[in-house]
Ligand binder design. Sequence first.
Ligand SMILES: Nc1ncnc2c1ncn2[C@@H]1O[C@H](COP(=O)(O)OP(=O)(O)OP(=O)(O)O)[C@@H](O)[C@H]1O
Length: 620
Amino acid sequence: MGWNQHRDAFLELNFRAMVTRLPTLLRSSFELAWQADRRAARIVLAAEIGRGMAQAVSLLAVNSVLGRLITGGAIEDRLRGAVPALVAMAVVMLFGTLLRAASTYATGRLEPKVERVATELYLERAAAVELAAIEDHAFHKLLDTAQYGASSARRMISYATRVVNAVISLIAAASVLTVLHPALLPLLATMTLPSAWSALTNARRRYESFHIWVQHARAGHLISELLTEPAAAPEIRVHGVGPFLLRHFRAMSEAAEAEQTRLARLAARTGLIASAWTGLATMATYATLGGLLLSGAMALSVAGTAVIAIRTGSSSLDSLVLEINALHEEALFVGDLQKLYVEAAERAIPVGGDPLPEQPREIRFENVTFSYPGESARPALDDVTLTVPLGGIVALVGENGSGKTTLIKLLAGLYTPDAGRIMWDDVDAATADRHQLAERVAMLAQDFKRWPFTARVNVAVGRSSAPLTEERMATSLAEAGAEDVVENLPRGLDTLLARNFSGGHELSGGQWQRLGIARAAYRRGRILVVDEPTAALDARAELEVFEKIRALASAGQTVILITHRLASVRHADLVHVLDRGRLAESGTPEELLASGGIYAELYSLQAEQFRAPVPAPKAG
Ligand SMILES: Nc1ncnc2c1ncn2[C@@H]1O[C@H](COP(=O)(O)OP(=O)(O)OP(=O)(O)O)[C@@H](O)[C@H]1O
C-alpha cells in the first residue's frame, strides 16, 4: 500500500564495540536510575558490589575447606579444621542473600520510575517540536522507534545490575583460577566465547530486522485499527472495504512472519555452531586439568577448587555475555530514544525572541514563498505579498488547493516561510517570541480536533493554561450559538463526547462545529482565524454563525475568515483572492465584484445556482 521503505537499515555492532561501550552503557543506566530515584540507585549499586565480593570470599572459603579435607590426618581433625571456613561460608552466603533481597527490592522500585521519567521526557519533547517535524516522515519514524526506548531503559536497569554482579563474580573466579594455575584462564575464556558470538550475532540480526520492519509493523497496526474504528465503520460496511483491508493485513502479517521464520532459522544455525565450539572447548579444559593432575603439576585439592572455580567462572562469563548482550540490545533502543531527545530539542519551537507590538496595526506578508516538504509541482504559496489589517474581518477566498489554509498556518507561526517575511508592524515573525505569537491567535481549523473528553473540556481546552471559569464558558457558548447543543446533551457540559466509551455521546458534524467555534471564542485570542466555520452547518445556523462572527469583529476582534460561501464574505472589510498559491486580487467585496475578476466569477457562479428556475409544482 505504499508504506514500505527498506533502504535505511544500517548498523555497526561488533564485539569490540560492545565491550568498549560497556562502561558508557553502565554509566548511562546509572544516570537514568539516578535521575529517577537516587536512594534506590545507591542501594542497588552497593548491594551488587557487596554480592560480588561475597562470592569471591565464599570461593576462597571453598578452597580452604577442600584444602583442610584433602590433607592427611584423622578425619575428625580434618573436619574440625574445616569448621571456621565453613562458618565463614555460611555467614557470607547469608550476607549475599540479604544483599540480593535489598537489590531485588530497590530494582523493582527503580524500574517503573525510570520508564516514567524516560516516557515523560519523550512525550514532552515530542509535543514541543515544530509542526513541520511532526509532518516529516523521517522524524515520525524516529518517534516510532524511540517509543520502545522507555521500556528498554526500564529493562536496562536490571541488565546493568546483573552485569555488575557477573563482572565482580567473574573477577573473583578468574583471580582464584589464575592463582591455582595460569593455563586455566584462557581455557575458561575459550569455553565462553562461542555463546558470546552467538548471542551477539542474533542480537544484531534482531535489531537490524526491527529497524527495517518498524514502518511495516506500524502500517499493519494502522490497518487493524481501521478495521475496528467507528469513523471507518460505515464505509467498511457499505462499500465492503473489510475484505480488502483484511487481504492487506494478511499479506503484511505473512511478510512479517516470513521475517520471523528467517530469524529463527538463522538463530538455530548460529546456536548449533556455538554449542559445538563450546563442547570442544570444555573437553580441552577438562583434558588439561587431567593432564596437570597426572603429571603431578597440580594437587587434588587444588584441582577440586579449580573445577568449582571453572564452573562458577564459566557460568558468570556466560551470564555476563548474555547480560551485556541484552544490555547492549536495550541500549540500542535507548540510543534511539536519546537520538529523539536530541533531534526533538533541535527541532523544538524556539523559546524567547523579539516581543510583538502590544497593539499591532497590521500583519504584512512580504514576498512569502512556502513549499511543503516532499515533491510537489509548485509551491503552496508563491511570492505572496498582502496585508491583513487588524481590527476587522479579512476574508481569504480561492478555489480548493489555492493556499488559503497554508497562509493562515504561516500567519499563526505553524510554519516558517522558505522565502520572504511575515511582519507584525515592524517585527519579523521569524525572530518574534513564538509563545507570544501563539497567545494572540485563536484558531478554528477545518479539521479541528474533536477531543474524546467532555463537552466542557472540549471548549475549555481552548485555553487550558488558565483556570476554567463558568462565566467565560457561558459567554463563549453564547458567542458560538452552541447553548442548545449543550442543553440537548444528556449530562450537559459534563457529557463525554466519545461514543466508543460507556456513557459517551456523539455529536453531529454541525454540532461539533459550533462547539469548535465556542472553543475558539473561549481562547480569547486577539486574532480569530476560522477556516470554513460553516461547512457542516444548515442554512439557518450558518447565518447565525456569520452574525456572531460579525459581532465579534465589531467588538474590536480581528477575524480572518476562510470560506467558500461568498455571500458571507460581503461583510468583510478586505478580501484576498488566492489562485494556485499566488495572490490574484485584493479589495473590498464591492471593488472585487466591480472589477470582474476571479472573485466576481466565483460569486456569480454561486449566485446562478439560486437564480435557476424552481420547477413549478405539477397541477393535480
Ligand atoms: N500538510 C501538507 N503537506 C503537503 N502538502 C500540503 C499539505 N497541506 C496542503 N498541502 C498542499 O498545499 C496546497 C495548498 O493547500 P491548502 O490547504 O493551503 O489549500 P486551501 O486553499 O486551503 O484549499 P481548500 O479550499 O481545499 O481547503 C495544495 O496543493 C495541497 O495539496
